[in-house]
Structure formats: C-alpha cells, structure tokens
Ligand binder design. Structure first.
Ligand code: FMN
Ligand code: SF4
Length: 473
C-alpha cells in the first residue's frame, strides 16, 4: 500500500493514527503490547458496561462514517437488559470516493481497532461482532484475520476474556464490492447473505431491527478506534479535544489538485480550509488557483473557492447574528461545514483547481452514482442514470439549453424520495454543482455548435450521442 505522508505534519494531533507510518512499527500483537496495547481494555473491564456508554456520551463522539451521528446516543438505544442477542458491526467498507483512512488503520494498526471493538462490544453487551471489509481490500482482510488469531491466542478474544466473564468472537466478512454495501442496512442484508438492498427506516433502524432482526450497532472503523481513547482519557477529557459538539480528532484525506495530498489527523475545528489547503497541503499546483472543494467525500455538496458564505453565529447573549465568511476561513468541523451548506461526511477532501471543467467533474461523479444505484427505488435508479446521460452529452458538446434546468429538476425529485440516503448522495453533487457553477453548465449547453454533418457522423459512432440527438429533435 502506498503511504502518502511519511511524517505527521507539526499541526497534526495523532490519536487514532498514532502508529500509522511510525518508524519501527509493525501490525503484530507484540509490537502493540510493548506500546501499552490492550491496557485500555483492562481498564474498561474494571468499569461497568453502562459506565463506558456514559463516558462515550460525555465524550460527544460523533460517527466518522458520514452522517456524524452521536455514538453515545446510538449506543443508548440498546437496552441494558436486552433479551435478544446484540450484534456489533464495524463498517470497513470505505467506499465513499475521496476517502482513504480506514484502510491505513487496518493495515498498520489492526489491534487498535480490535481493542476499540472489544470495548464497544462489552459496553453494549454484544457477544458476536463482524468487521465488514470492502471486497477490494484482500490484504486488509488477511491482516485482520491474523490479528484476530493473535488476540485469541493472548486471551483478548474468546471465552471469559481476561477473566472478566465476558465472551466475544469477531469475524471478518469480505464485502460484495459495491458502494451500497457501505450503507448500514444494505451492509446488514449483505452480511445476511443477500443482495445489499437497503432497508427502509423506520422500522429498520439497526439499533432496533438490525442483523437477523436483532439490535445491532454499526459504527465506522475510525469511530470504534476512538472508543479506546475515550476509555483511556475519560469522556470529559476527550471532549476537551476539538470543539464542543465537534470533539476529538478527524482524519482528513486530501486528494486532487494540491501540491501535497495525503492524510492528516487534526483536532476537530483546529484548522481552516485555507490552512489545510495552503499550509498542510502546500497550496495549488504551480500557476493554478483553487476552484472548488468537496469537503466530505463525493456525496458532500461542493464549495466554491471564490465564494463568500453567510453563516449564523451565536452571540454571548444567546442571540444569533449573521456573519460573512471567506472560503479560506471555513473551519473544518461538523457544524461549520454544515453551516456553509455542505458536510464533514467521511473526511474525504477532494480539491479541484481552475484547470477543471465542472461539467466534466460532475459527469465523473454522476457516472459513479449511476453505476452504484442498487435499483430498488425508481427515482434513484432512473434519475441517477438520467443525470449521467445529461452530463455525458453536456461534456461531449451535445447538450441543449434546457439541460441544466432538467438536471436540477431530476436531482430535486430524487432527494428525499428514496429508501436510503444514496438518493441524497447522488442528488446533492448535481444540485450544488449547478448552483455554484451555473456558468460552466450554461457554457457547456451553448457549445452544441458542431455543423450538422459532423454531428451526424459522431452520432453514428456513438449510440449515447445518437440517443441524445433523438431526444433533442
Ligand atoms: C450510500 C452510502 C454509503 C455508505 N458507505 C459507508 C462506508 O463505506 N463506510 C462507513 O463507515 N459508512 C458508510 N455509510 C454510512 C453508514 O450507513 C453508517 O451511517 C455508518 O457506518 C455508521 O457509523 P458511524 O456512526 O460510526 O459513522 C454510507 C452511507 C450511505 C448512505
Ligand atoms: S436510494 Fe438508490 S441505492 Fe438507496 S435503496 Fe433506493 S435505489 Fe437503492
């Protein structure tokens, strides 16, 4: 696996990534134990399960998989005296484009994840847990299998772990190689051996009706690793890292048009967009300017680099006042990114400079979503493909003036009308690209100036263009 950043940047605060790229570090259990590994588990077994749930609530930890939902609140849905089996699933699908953090934890520090998972299982009284790892990560699956065997051999898994009376088994399940397998209910279906068709919520909230219709906690790899640090530090101390409601660190994965792409673990809200892109990532490529950033994986709404953003800021007297922010001054945490109309999502920061054509960029995203829709809901199945066809012809110089309007209408009719959040995931890029870069789309629609003969020849070669032409006439 390629390592993007060898030495942590001085502005980083490495908690979860402490051992990633650490000189002399290896993923075996001896290295981990020599560094105090599994000490937090011993501490955790000295606490009552509900005390750990309480610490996680106090820590204000929010999920790192995409939605940023409170981890403590999710765990709180599991009744302490639950009669049905409770399951815990680690979501290691890492399928959101632009995201590359979980794989490094798995490859380089698998025991950190296991320790976080064992503590989490103890807290919610789960005796069986799964790591659902993306099918395309065979090496990660092997490393995890080996780590599980090592943990077993040392008494950290199996029956009566460390004499606590608590039993736990963890299994690795390789994913089915589709984006939708990362959506928690699709993932559960896939784990049950079926096609990953997401379930409708309500009633199928995993914490209520999850795996085999039993209460199930699904958390992301990074979220579960944080549990170990919460047990070590205590919830209140953990909550001092970052900002209120945006606590802990965040691993940001920066890709695209910067001089030094890579991963950076930063205290939540410790840096602004300008600092991330210019100080940590070395700024734009020579002679270029930043044009746009998608801050939280491809589903997050795009931000325009030359925009100003109006946000509401709470005043000392509790009233709200308007404030205008430059792009560079956007703080990188959950709430600040939501305030400017996007989201922190999965931490995948995709950067585009002024050499990028936004129609081309959106077409690339649309192609992904059209391919990955599971097809259960008509608006998503038909709409994702329709949007891709429109951007395809716009990018190919075959658009019509009405295309931007049609695109918006299709996207508006997907969001909020589907079984799972994939609907929003494919609609938000379209809506935001159109809103932020109307000139690129109008320009592309106006480009259809090829002489009739040339068009006919091209259409004969390309069935997609022929279909577009048929729609136009
Ligand atoms: C289409 C789609 C794909 C998703 N893919 C992932 C993924 O690859 N990894 C992940 O952790 N969460 C993914 N999620 C979010 C999960 O459904 C779920 O919210 C998350 O695993 C919960 O963990 P957290 O609370 O620790 O964030 C996806 C959601 C959607 C709608
Ligand atoms: S929104 Fe899309 S991906 Fe989700 S269930 Fe419906 S068709 Fe499948």
């Amino acid at each position: 696996m390629v390592s993007l950043v060898k030495h942590p940047h001085p502005r980083e605060r490495r908690l979860v990534f402490k051992n990633v790229d650490r000189p002399g570090w290896s993923p075996d259990i001896d290295t981990y134990l020599q560094d105090g590994g599994y000490d937090d588990l011993k501490k955790g077994f000295g606490m009552k399960p509900q005390e750990i749930v309480g610490e996680v609530k106090t820590s204000q930890l929010r999920g790192r998989g995409g939605a940023g939902f409170s981890c403590g609140m999710k765990w709180g849905f599991i009744k302490p005296d639950e009669k049905k089996p409770v399951y815990l699933i680690c979501n290691a699908d890492e399928s959101e484009p632009g995201t590359f953090k979980d794989r490094y934890i798995i490859h380089q520090d698998p025991h950190q994840l296991l320790e976080g998972m064992i503590l989490s299982c103890y807290a919610v009284n789960a005796r069986l847990a799964y790591i659902y790892i993306r099918g395309e990560f065979p090496e990660g699956a092997r490393i995890l299998e080996r780590a599980i065997q090592e943990a077993h051999a040392r008494g950290f898994l199996g029956k009566n772990i460390l004499g606590s009376g608590f039993d736990l088994e963890i299994f690795v399940h390789r994913g089915a190689g589709a984006y939708i397998c990362g959506e928690e209910t699709g993932l559960i279906e896939s784990l049950e051996g079926k096609r990953a068709y997401p379930r409708i919520k309500p009633p199928y909230f995993p914490a209520v009706l999850g795996l085999y219709q039993c209460p199930t906690i699904v958390n992301n790899v990074e979220t579960l690793c944080n549990v170990k640090h919460i047990v070590r530090l205590g919830g209140a101390e953990f909550a001092k890292i970052g900002r209120p409601n945006n606590t802990g660190t965040r691993i940001l994965c920066v890709s695209g048009d910067v001089q030094k792409p890579g991963y950076f673990e930063l205290e939540c809200g410790a840096v602004t967009m300008g600092e991330l892109l210019n100080d940590l990532c070395g700024g734009p490529k020579p002679g270029r300017k930043f044009k746009a950033v998608i801050p939280g994986g491809s589903s997050a709404k795009v931000l325009r680099a030359d925009d100003t953003y109006k946000i509401k800021v709470k005043q000392p007297d509790g009233s709200m006042a308007d404030q205008e922010l430059k792009f560079d001054d956007i703080v990188l945490d959950f709430d600040s990114l939501a305030a400017v109309g996007s989201m922190a999502g999965s931490g995948g920061v995709i950067v585009m400079d002024d050499s990028r054509d936004m129609v081309w960029a959106l077409n690339n995203i649309n192609e992904f979503y059209a391919h990955e829709s599971c097809g259960q809901c008509t608006p998503c199945r038909e709409g994702s493909l329709w949007m891709k066809k429109i951007t395809d012809r716009l990018a190919g110089g075959y658009g019509v003036a009405a295309d931007p309007r049609t695109l918006k209408s299709v996207a508006d009719n997907i969001a909020g009308r589907t079984i799972c959040a994939f609907g929003e995931a494919c609609a938000w890029p379209v809506q935001s690209f159109l809103q932020k870069f109307p000139e690129d789309f109008a320009g592309a629609a106006a480009k259809n100036e090829l002489p009739r003969g040339a068009r006919t020849a091209l259409e004969a070669l390309n069935p997609a263009l022929a279909a577009a032409a048929a729609e136009r006439h």
